[in-house]
Design a protein around this ligand. Structure first.
Ligand SMILES: NC(=O)C1=CN([C@@H]2O[C@H](COP(=O)(O)OP(=O)(O)OC[C@H]3O[C@@H](n4cnc5c(N)ncnc54)[C@H](OP(=O)(O)O)[C@@H]3O)[C@@H](O)[C@H]2O)[C@@H](O)CC1
Ligand SMILES: Nc1ncnc2c1ncn2[C@@H]1O[C@H](COP(=O)(O)OP(=O)(O)O)[C@@H](O)[C@H]1O
Ligand SMILES: [K+]
Length: 493
């Protein structure tokens, strides 16, 4: 499938391989650095035309090389420019040494920089090659820039941000703007990195895109290009059964709202029929609030077995408000045994905290039929080892979890990652902070259930659901509640 370049992501190490492949194919590597540095200078002049002094901070590698090119370009444009370097610039190698030799400003040691009013900082200390926590002298400059409130334009990544994971390695600049090259890196989207980048500009320095595509890491920014072809198509002849039947389990009488939110969201997302299945004692509470959504009383495993006799009842959401306990485990086991599709959310996930393997083995066979939608806390309950491993990025965690569970995993948060059991993954970026409100996760579970009911495969339903949820939230405005969010969910067609 054709991928838009804006949606492409590469880890820093893969980008390094692309660089090497470009050089091996005869492309002049210094020419790439020249274009990178010129793009940075152009961004700085565009964003800060009134800057009194451009302070270019140059590190010991090629990120520093980009900085020397930018310093030369800024000087050539007539601006006041100062250069400060980390370490001994005589030790620079290759293109970075060439860039410095072309720069008319020799520079001074980083530790001698003192903030001055009107300074605009160009951060070219570390980029893709950041390998460990920044040294104290860099942490000190970060602190002084922060305290002075000076604007920062970062080259490739804000120094201190790990481009693979988005982690802060000791300290990091909070950039106003970041200019990166060819593709964004996961650290531009994953938290906390995203919060340090400001606006991100992806500049094409002229590496043929086929070299980027050759390093496909199966990681993209979430968007329609990832799942469009799997979505339901407009069908004038559709009747309600063709559009699928979604069933949402209600909790007890004191906790019915979450299931109704999910059910209403599933209907809006296009399921042809939606039923809330409720304990008898909660049926009156549910009946009082349901119209288009149907209601059925199911109390026991044997009631559920009866309900499952109708094969058209193929798709389920279990978890919102359900309660954590043996009933959740038994119902999930019954759904798995009956080969149903399931979105397992909230309490449904927590119910397996003591024995996650029971869940994984129930859904181990065949094409993934399970979508797990954990937030941070729920993720750690099902996958404690993955959550605790500091070497893993959020993408690594979601991927390993998906493979282990033979499920699509939506690892929620402001930087939701959706991963498939086969290793595909996307990072979501369209969700506004207004989604941090009670019940918005229930709405998401319902949207995904609504798509699954229409026959969309697990990963595509999960990724599309997260994206549609984010779009709905943008339309619902800053004061959205879970109820108003539902009214802004758009069917795909
Ligand atoms: N296609 C592209 O994308 C292009 C990319 N380009 C640019 O190249 C950049 C990548 O360059 P890069 O590989 O030289 O890495 P970079 O970030 O300069 O750092 C490496 C240096 O820092 C050092 N070092 C690391 N961590 C440290 C620490 N904590 N504390 C102290 N030192 C530390 C490390 O030392 P070492 O770990 O070896 O001891 C090494 O000396 C990329 O971000 C982009 O700006 C463009 O020029 C053109 C095309
Ligand atoms: N700051 C944020 N920015 C964007 N999306 C967010 C943010 N906080 C939460 N979300 C999204 O909102 C939803 C909240 O779900 P969840 O944590 O289960 O909450 P609840 O249980 O209240 O429904 C998830 O889809 C999550 O990705
Ligand atoms: K940088």
């Amino acid at each position: 499938m054709a991928k838009g370049r804006d949606n492409w992501l590469l880890t820093p190490s893969a980008m390094g391989e692309v660089d090497a492949a470009a050089a091996a194919s005869g492309i002049d590597s210094f020419g790439l650095m020249e274009k990178a540095g010129q793009a940075v200078a152009a961004a700085v002049l565009r964003l800060f035309p009134g800057g009194e002094r451009f302070v270019v901070l140059c590190g010991p590698g090629n990120n520093g090389g980009d900085g020397y090119v930018a310093a030369r370009a800024l000087r050539a444009a007539g601006a006041a420019v100062a250069v400060f370097h980390l370490g001994d610039p005589a030790k620079l190698k290759g293109d970075a040494a060439t860039a410095r030799s072309h720069c008319p400003i020799p520079g001074e040691p980083l530790e001698t920089w003192r903030p001055a009013e009107g300074d605009v900082i160009v951060d070219a200390i570390f980029g893709a090659g950041l390998a460990r926590a920044v040294p104290p002298v860099v942490a000190d400059v970060v602190r002084r820039v922060d305290e002075a409130g000076l604007p920062v334009v970062a080259v490739d990544l804000p120094s201190g941000i790990d481009g693979r994971t988005g982690a802060v390695m000791g300290a990091a600049f909070r950039a106003h703007h970041t200019v990166t090259f060819m593709t964004r890196k996961p650290g531009h989207l994953l938290l906390p990195g995203r919060l340090y980048c400001g606006t991100v500009e992806t500049f094409d320095i002229g590496i043929p895109f086929r070299l980027v595509e050759a390093k496909d890491e199966r990681l993209f920014v979430n968007g329609p290009q990832e799942w469009r072809t799997s979505m339901p198509t407009a069908d004038a002849a559709a009747h309600k059964f063709r559009r699928g039947h979604l069933t949402v389990f209600s909790g007890p009488a004191t906790a019915t709202g979450a299931a109704r939110l999910a059910a209403a969201a599933g209907l809006r997302a296009g399921a042809g029929l939606v039923t809330v299945v409720s304990p008898t004692e909660a049926a009156a509470a549910n009946a009082a609030h349901l119209t288009a959504v149907m209601l059925k009383a199911v109390d026991t495993e044997s009631d559920l077995a009866d309900y499952l006799r109708d094969e058209r009842r193929a798709t389920f959401v279990l978890g919102p408000g359900f309660g954590v306990g043996p009933k959740a485990r038994a119902f999930v086991a019954a759904l798995a045994a009956a080969c149903r599709h399931l979105v397992l959310d909230a309490d449904g996930i927590s119910a397996f905290a003591e024995d996650p393997k029971a869940l994984f083995s129930a859904f181990a066979d065949g094409a993934p039929r399970l979508v797990l939608t954990p937030h941070e806390g729920e993720f750690a309950r099902l996958f404690p080892d993955l959550a605790a491993d500091p070497a893993l990025s959020k993408v690594d965690r979601a991927r390993q979890a998906a493979a282990r569970a033979n499920a699509a995993v939506v690892y929620k948060g402001a930087d939701s990652v959706i991963a498939a059991a086969d290793g595909r993954a996307v990072i979501n970026e369209n969700a506004p902070a207004s989604l941090a409100t009670a019940g918005s996760g229930d709405v998401l579970a319902g949207i995904i259930g609504g798509l699954l009911a229409q026959g969309v495969p697990a990963f595509e339903a999960a990724a599309a659901g997260v994206w549609l949820h984010g779009e709905a939230a943008c339309r619902a405005g800053a004061s959205l509640t879970a109820e108003t969010l539902i009214n802004h969910i758009d069917r795909w067609h």
